[in-house]
Design a protein around this ligand. Sequence first.
Ligand code: PGA
Length: 263
Amino acid sequence: MAEVIIVRDQTEAGSVAASIFAQQISTNPCTVLGLATGSTPLSTYAALAATVAEDAIDVSGVRGFALDEYLGVPPQHPESYRSVITREVVEPLGLNPDYVFTPRGTGPGITQAGAEYEDMIAEAGGIDIQILGIGSNGHVGFNEPGSSLASTTRIKALAEQTRKDNARFFDSPDEVPTHCITQGLGTILKARQLVLLAFGANKAQAVAAALEGPVSSAVPGSVIQQHPRATVIIDESAAAGLAHAEYYRHAWRSAQILNAVSF
Ligand code: PGA
């Protein structure tokens, strides 16, 4: 079972998550990060950028692989995930842009782009730590409900709910792409550590189903139950549907006390 941490708000979640990432990078300066887009990871990226600057953490050897990219959106488009990752992660953290990759969403031989991306991740030695959001429909990456639990990076059709959720990033709903290229659930499970965040009441149902429901392709986020090292950081609203919230709070308090005490 994942460690579930229920926090007050996104700022606290960002600082808890950033401390996990900062510790990982300090331990291994050649860490391979798994990066997510969307609103959810922003407070983590901001807190991590501040920590990297304050503690002078060396990020020159850090590499990164984004979870997904829109299909048919050129990298220079402001809402391509290449642009978003550059703006929200590469620049604030001071990462080497040549070490940060997104799946290729355009160009010839696009049906091979998923396999190419899998090869690139494998050549980098695999992802050490992956940050994840969760969609209101339970998706992780762009693995929509029905995705194989063993899937690898590939082209997928976006669910209409996802296109609606992402319309805020585009001038009109019609501009939201219909397809994407996304790491698969099997790819995500291969990362050595997962950190999933969720905020707000519209994520409560997806969070409850992912954490406490059956592991099922109907709720792609439920794959985290199969990961041996997963941390879930959520605010009170996103935790509202959890049956075992009191236990998670108790376990987290105990873990903090144990960390502070030496036997
Ligand atoms: P959000 O999206 O962070 O913008 O809420 C999460 C997701 O769709 O995975």
